[in-house]
Design a protein. Structure first.
Lengths: 872, 112
């Protein structure tokens, strides 16, 4: 045996043994086990021997062998001591503590915001029973080689075939949006908004039913389920089963009352109509469109799978259905897909979504930004603590002499860091409460999908987060300090070892300022892009034009009433506010029946084009006095002419084109204008006259007496329509709203830039205070020898300014790259990023940085050498 | 009396240590017991017994030299102390006393 190489037993088991076993027994036991181990290798082989070793170690877990864990009393005493010294040290260094706590608190508040957003988004839909088994059907739609897109909506036939043919489905429900009307009960009108849903609705979703039988509630045609809120609004009580409300002239019976959908559901409704109502109507009419494969714009299918049934199998069945249905279509190709309901909030953007998902991209961006901010504050802590560790070196030395182990010193400083981070958390929560309402009001969408209420879970997350921040920020300083040797630490001279971390500190400062510069430059670019979009020549003039939503009232009637107000100079009708992104589209064909594209259009009257000062380059405006149901004439934009090579504008007049199923004659050509936000390309667009489409009146208001005009309009409206509120806004404001994203980006980035600048400067301040303090004697001696104050500032500030310069050199190209090729890359009409956008931010940081540094150094340089040099 | 009570297994261990004389350490004790009694003894059980005996003062131990087969760990050799020896004798005499008091008839094995 001695000639054999001895094998080592499993390390893990040995160290485990050493960890739990009494020191007096360890050697003996380990030796015995080792001997056994080597015997076993010979007799039973290595694997088996290792196993036996493991097993034997575990069998030693007996009371006699387990060492007395360092008693808890000892630990609390030590921790109480750490706690006390930490508090003292925090109290002694007020400036540094303030910088640390304040910086951490501000950036933590941003992270708290982020954490509550994340946990709230995560909580979406989890109230449904077996939420992880619920999916919805998505459609990937493609028409010829053009247009393709992912839709949350699907066709009725897809839902029906899913129910009939696909195995593994526990329940499935077909829904259709826009169950919306003014319902009448006892001559009172109630505007309600809801969805159509079939009888399986309550099997798939777990909305709480207060009254009525959920199984049958949506079975029969002309049934409605209302929420408790709606019930109280209409009937003033909840026990309303069997009551009828009128939708138009059709009575609907209330069959159940449910709780209002909770906040964290993307499906929101005030009322549910039975899907069979629609189904019956349409099937009786025998309309082919109803069950059309490409009729997929309004319907939704959600289903719950059988427990343990793989979604892959369901997808396979769906693929089969898609292939079958597509084979009957000429130009359309639709692929059915699935999306788990729990993934909707963080899922990819889809057209026709029922709710408004947050999108994983937004979450990522917000997450990364807050990470950057907290990193910056964490760097401050690390930096200042390492710099100041010289001061604590003596304390560490004494502790070590008295017998503190490395681990104990380490944990002492970690405790201190955690203490600081917990103190910051308290302050951060206050800041969080302050910025929460501001954040939610940034964008109407935010307030709709987020509440940001403190729950137990988020509270736990907060505390855990604070501790993690403390651990991370305190890790390096604790490591540096715990590694100090007692003898080194106690020597009066500055230990050389500590200075090895100088480079690290410099690197941290550079990173911090790089990030800060990035924020400032980004804020600048976002602001310029927003300004640029707002002042961009869109090709029409919308100044002083007020858009009033008709809400179903007769346009001519409202127009006549409004015309009586003297402040109103002109009135035109339109289907929508152009330039906001709202658009209606249809197919457009010219001579070749196979060559089709999408045309976007709006219905207008003859006053519209002059009012908005569109330039008619050929042909005429609509000439008829009143717009009628006839719509055989169209005014097109230049893009249509070039798309179909129709020729010059003059040649185009009188040509026939086909919009959807209607043949239309071109009577005019307008210059291309931005009917969509300017970051989108100009495609085919036409104006038509279709009376049914008219949704709003555009009023040209004289700029004087605006408030009076508004009051008059409101008064007239309220006489006319008691149900709907007066809904008017200036055209230009509505357009501005379309550029929300830029504004939002600008606001968020500016805010973060502000935080980041403050934190970075606080850090710089701390570092310069420290430098000034430690080099006090040097400064005084230089001064005695004849150095001027300005030369001293130059000497000391040089190092810091160099770091800022390096940061600028990194930040400028990085940010430029980020905006040029990532963020603004696929935008039309974007600004070019020039020296101005970049340079201003850099200049700003340099000035602030220089002021911060020199203020401290100046103080040191002005000090009287005799006072500083006196005691030595 | 409770403190000096000698369990059956502990008695076997003590005797084995005496049998092994100079060479009584963990592995050899275990092997010797297994060889003589034919029952397998787990390492944990043996060490439990050794610890108990040590607590009672029946055995003492000292470290020997480190050997390669133990991965550089020293052997811990056990010796029975005088207290241990007297307790063994006590146990033995107690037994002999009992044996001698047993009537011969009682020892006859019952048939069937």
């Amino acid at each position: 045996m001695p000639e054999n190489q001895y094998h080592m037993p499993p390390k893990l088991a040995s160290s485990f043994l050493r960890w739990f076993c009494k020191p007096s027994l360890v050697e003996d036991i380990e030796g015995d086990l080792m001997e056994d181990f080597n015997d076993h290798i010979e007799t039973k082989g290595l694997r088996r021997a290792r196993f036996i070793y493991f097993w034997s170690v575990i069998r030693f877990l007996q009371p006699f062998a387990i060492k007395k864990m360092s008693s808890s009393k000892f630990n609390t005493i030590m921790f109480r001591n750490y706690f006390k010294t930490s508090l003292r040290s925090i109290a002694r260094n007020k400036l540094f503590s303030f910088i640390n706590i304040f910086g951490l608190a501000v950036s933590m508040s941003v992270c708290l915001l982020m954490i509550s957003i994340l946990s709230e988004v995560k909580s979406y839909e989890n109230f449904h029973e077996d939420a992880s088994d619920i999916y919805r059907i998505t459609n990937f739609y493609k028409y010829l080689e053009e247009e393709s897109g992912l839709y949350a909506s699907t066709s009725v036939i897809a839902g029906k075939r899913l129910k009939e043919e696909v195995p593994g489905i526990k329940s499935a429900t077909i829904m259709r949006r826009n169950f919306r009307d003014d319902f009448v009960y006892e001559n009172q009108k109630y505007a309600l908004n809801g969805i159509w849903a079939d009888e399986q609705f309550f099997n798939v979703f777990s909305f709480e039913v207060i009254n009525g039988n959920p199984q049958t509630a949506l079975l029969n045609p002309k049934s409605v389920v209302i929420t408790d809120e709606t019930a109280l609004k209409i009937f003033d009580q909840l026990d309303v089963i069997g009551e009828t409300i009128m939708k138009g002239d059709e009575p609907y019976q209330v069959t159940a009352v449910v709780k209002k959908p909770p906040f964290n559901s993307h499906i929101k409704f005030q009322i549910l109509g039975s899907f069979s109502t629609l189904d019956e109507q349409q099937m009786q009419r025998n309309s082919t469109g109803w069950l059309g494969w490409s009729n997929m714009w309004m319907n939704y299918v959600y289903f719950k799978t059988d427990k343990g049934f793989s979604i892959g199998n369901i997808q396979a069945s769906l693929d089969k259905i898609s292939t079958d249905q597509n084979s009957r279509e000429k130009y359309t190709n639709i692929q059915l897909g699935t999306q788990p309901i729990l993934g909707i909030m963080t899922g990819p953007g889809m057209y026709n979504d029922l709710g408004s998902p947050m999108g994983s991209q937004t979450l990522w961006i917000l997450g990364i930004l807050s990470l950057v901010v907290i990193l910056s504050a964490g760097f401050n802590y690390t930096n200042l603590s390492i710099a100041r560790s010289l001061r604590r070196a003596k304390e560490v030395g004494i502790r070590k002499v008295v017998g503190a182990k490395k681990g104990q010193v380490f944990s002492q400083f970690i405790v201190e860091a955690c203490l600081i981070s917990i103190l910051s958390l308290i302050l951060a929560y206050v800041v969080f409460l302050l910025i929460k309402p501001l954040f939610l009001s940034l964008n109407p969408n935010m307030a709709r999908i987020l509440q940001l209420e403190l729950t137990l879970t988020t509270a736990i997350y907060f505390v855990v987060f604070a501790l993690v921040v403390g651990l991370m920020a305190g890790f390096l300083p604790s490591l540096v300090l715990s590694r100090l040797k007692a003898i080194q630490a106690l020597k009066t001279s500055v230990s050389t070892k500590l200075f090895s971390s100088v480079n690290l500190r410099k690197a941290l400062i550079v990173i911090q300022f790089t990030l800060t510069l990035g924020f400032i430059i980004s804020a600048n670019v976002a602001y310029n892009q927003f300004e640029h979009s707002m002042n961009f020549d869109k090709g029409f003039d919308s100044e002083n034009i007020l858009s009033v939503r008709l809400a179903g009232n007769d346009p001519e009637q409202v127009k006549t009433l409004f015309e009586s107000i003297p402040e109103i100079e002109d009135i035109s009708m339109a289907a929508m506010v152009l330039g906001t992104g709202e658009r209606w589209g249809d197919y457009l064909k010219y001579k070749d029946p196979l060559d089709s594209t999408t045309i976007y259009y709006s219905s207008i009257d003859q006053n519209y084009i002059p009012m908005f000062k569109h330039e008619v380059i050929a042909g005429t405006n609509f000439e008829r006095e009143h717009i009628s149901g006839l719509h055989s004439e169209i005014i097109v934009n230049e893009t249509i002419l070039s798309r179909f090579s129709i020729g010059s504008p003059q040649e185009a007049i009188g040509e026939q084109i086909q919009v959807g199923t209607d043949k239309m004659t071109i009577i005019g050509v307008v210059k291309d204008f931005h009917y969509a936000p300017i970051d989108q390309p100009i495609e085919c667009f036409g104006f038509i006259q279709k009376a049914d489409d008219i949704q709003l009146l555009n009023l040209k208001v004289s700029s004087k007496n605006l408030p009076i005009a508004m009051d008059k309009l409101k008064a007239i409206w309220e006489d006319l329509d008691e149900v709907h509120a007066f809904d008017a806004s200036f055209h230009s404001e509505e357009i501005a709203r379309a550029y929300d994203t830029y504004e939002l980006m600008f606001t968020i980035v500016t805010f973060l830039a502000f935080i980041s600048v403050s934190i970075a400067c606080l850090g710089l301040l701390g570092m310069s205070v420290y430098t000034a303090e430690t080099r006090m004697k040097e400064i005084s001696i230089r001064k005695v020898l004849g150095a001027t104050e300005s030369s001293l500032i130059q000497l000391l500030a040089k190092g810091f300014m160099l770091l800022l310069l390096i940061a600028a050199i990194i930040a400028i190209p990085a940010t430029y790259y980020l905006f040029d090729t990532v963020i603004l890359a696929d935008q039309m009409n974007r600004i070019s990023i020039g020296i101005n956008e970049m340079g201003l931010g850099v200049l700003f940081i340099f000035i602030i940085g220089f002021l911060t540094i020199s203020s401290q150094i100046w103080k040191a340089a002005r000090a009287n050498p005799s006072t500083t040099l006196r005691n030595e | 009396m409770k403190g000096t009570y000698l369990g059956e297994f502990q008695e076997v261990v003590l005797l084995t240590i005496l049998v092994l004389n100079e060479n009584a350490y963990g592995v050899s004790i275990q092997e010797e017991i297994e060889r003589r009694t034919g029952r397998s003894v787990s390492r944990g059980a043996l060490h439990t017994a050794l610890t108990r005996l040590d607590e009672k003062g029946f055995i003492s131990s000292e470290y020997g030299g480190a050997t390669a087969e133990r991965g550089g760990r020293r052997k811990r050799f056990y010796q029975v102390t005088n207290l241990g020896k007297s307790s063994l004798e006590e146990a033995k005499s107690l037994r002999e006393d009992l044996w001698s008091s047993v009537p011969k008839v009682a020892l006859q094995k019952v048939q069937g």
